[in-house]
Design a protein around this ligand. Structure first.
Ligand code: FAD
Ligand code: DHB
Length: 394
């Protein structure tokens, strides 16, 4: 039987950042990840770090490459009816910004730092299962390098994403789930071409939503709203570019820079919250506990906010024997989670084509006009987009 203080399942942003924040307080952990290191380092996902999330990566000593290669943005564009409307986030929020830096780059930096520091981190583990999670000595059983192993822990951190094993290990009835699915998905591509706009463009078009983001001055990230059951083989390169050009069209001299599509995929959209985010000695973190639609660029940021709360609570538990911050972990996190659910659902309904109701379409246009003409409304968007300060809502 192997032993550790905190058993962490999953080496996404949640698991890797948690292990690092624990190590910095002298708390030992073991990370178990079902995928290979290469898979984790290549998975294309989120791209936007909130102001405080970027600062946290600095504080834990993994921000150096992000500060060098990441792109700091002070504003975004909302595009509708062929016109651009800039939301000057920095000006509206007292200088707060976002940093565009791919999630897989964050993961590469975290894995490199973990390995350099001797963090126990096992990739390619299989058959992970949890036992005795309502006792003081929960265990994780798993298979690694052909051997069946059992890891006994004080606490288990379920950082294994939406489809992981941790949440389903909680007995029926012990947590309540809140869910909403959307009648659309996002088709996303990475194009080896320069972004045509240096800032993100969120476009509302009658054919549906489109987004131009970027990963670097040479790589553009683009998304379009597609039907929920669509598959990527239905789309030729020409069809993808044609749809992007139509939906992102704007008056004046602007066009996308077409390049080779180096990655493509379709992501479903859903909202989900597990309440509470804890059962016994198992704490759910990040996507294991909640999912937001990607329109507000919040998934990874919300995961980081959870980790910050759990790392501090475990610090209080180990250094002072104080259980209270662990007991209130879920309630503390859920305040931020529900605000981010609210914001992400609002951004989604603001920008997507939802059904054929002409009344709803007019209300949507009125909302876009209000957000882009009222300083109060624009400030509400800006302060949520750059992220409410850590500590404000958790
Ligand atoms: P994850 O990153 O999902 O990490 C969980 C880890 O656990 C994974 O490495 C997984 O392999 C591992 N794991 C799973 N099951 C097991 C098991 N049984 N045993 C051991 N390990 C296990 N957010 C945005 O803001 N913008 C986006 O554009 C965006 N795009 C996304 C696209 C996709 C396809 C997905 C799935 C998510 C996207 N997100 C996006 C959300 C964002 O990436 C997540 O919110 C973020 O990754 C959450 O981090 P996490 O560490 O909690 O979970
Ligand atoms: C990106 C993803 C998002 O969901 C978003 O709202 C903005 C940018 C991106 O991948 O760059």
């Amino acid at each position: 039987m192997l032993k550790t203080q905190v058993g962490i399942i999953g080496a996404g942003p949640s698991g890797l950042i948690l292990a690092r924040m624990l190590a910095q307080q002298g708390i030992e952990s073991v990370i178990l990840e079902s995928q290979s290191r290469a898979h984790c380092e290549q998975r294309a996902r989120a791209g936007v770090l909130e102001h405080d999330a970027a600062n946290l990566l600095d504080e834990i000593g993994v921000g150096e490459r992000m500060r060098r290669e990441g792109l700091v943005h002070r504003g975004i564009f909302l595009r509708f009816d062929g016109c651009d409307h800039r939301i000057d986030m920095a000006e509206l929020t007292g200088g707060r910004t976002i940093t565009v830096y791919g999630q897989h780059e964050v993961i590469k930096d975290l894995i490199a730092a973990a390995i350099a520091d001797g963090q126990a981190l096992h990739f390619d583990v299989a058959d992970v299962s949890l036992n005795d999670i309502d006792s003081d000595a929960p265990t994780i059983q798993y298979r690694h390098e052909g051997e069946l192993r059992v890891l006994q822990c004080d606490v288990i951190a379920g950082c294994d994403g939406f489809h992981g094993v941790c949440r389903p290990s909680i007995p029926d009835g012990a947590i309540r789930s809140f869910a909403r699915s959307y009648p659309f998905a996002w088709l996303g591509i990475l194009s080896a071409s320069a972004p045509a706009s240096a800032e993100l463009v969120y476009a509302r078009h009658e054919r549906g939503f489109a987004l131009q983001s970027m990963r670097s001055p040479e790589v553009t990230r683009l998304y379009i709203q597609v039907p929920p059951d669509d598959t990527i083989d239905h789309w030729s390169d020409d069809q993808i570019w044609s749809e992007l050009n139509t939906r992102l069209a704007v008056d004046g001299d602007w066009s996308l820079n077409r390049g080779p599509i180096v990655q493509r995929g379709i992501t479903p959209m859903r909202s989900f919250v597990a309440d509470p985010m804890q059962f016994g000695r198992l704490f759910l973190v990040g996507d294991a506990a909640h999912i937001v639609p990607p329109t507000g660029a919040k998934g990874m940021n919300l995961a980081i906010a959870d980790v910050r709360v759990l790392a501090a609570a475990l610090g209080a538990f180990y250094t002072k024997g104080d259980m209270r911050p662990l007991d209130t972990y879920s309630a503390t996190c859920l305040r931020r989670v529900w605000n981010v659910q609210r914001f992400s659902a609002w951004m989604t309904q603001l920008l997507h084509r939802i059904g054929d109701d002409p009344f709803a379409a007019r209300v949507q246009r009125a909302e876009l006009e209000y957000v882009t003409s009222s300083r109060a409304a624009a400030t509400a968007l800006a302060e949520n987009y750059v992220g409410l300060p850590f500590g404000a809502l958790a």
